[in-house]
Write a protein of this length. Structure first.
Length: 89
């Protein structure tokens, strides 16, 4: 999820809404904001990419290249992804 410019205060607010420790965001030197959850997905081939057809829309793409979710920012996409994977809404 690199390329996201947020303050620690903003991350703390985001993390309040994430109920799982593995999904909470943290800063990784040389990379940017990430989480243990995202790193696992990334290793499996998942990516967050900007839509070529709709600039400003970000897509969560699985290891097969299928678009799973979309949102207007990487943080919004990450929140949706966490809720999607844990069966939330």
């Amino acid at each position: 999820m690199e390329e996201i410019e947020l303050t620690q205060e903003e991350i703390n607010e985001i993390n309040k809404g994430i109920p799982f420790v593995d999904a909470k965001l943290y800063w990784k030197e040389g990379y940017g904001w990430t989480s243990q959850y995202w790193e696992k997905l990334y290793k499996m081939g998942w990516r967050m990419v900007e839509s070529e057809k709709e600039p400003g829309v970000f897509l969560a793409v699985n290891e097969k290249g299928a678009t799973i979710l979309s949102a207007d920012s990487k943080i919004s996409l990450f929140k949706l992804l966490v809720n999607f994977m844990v069966g939330g809404g």
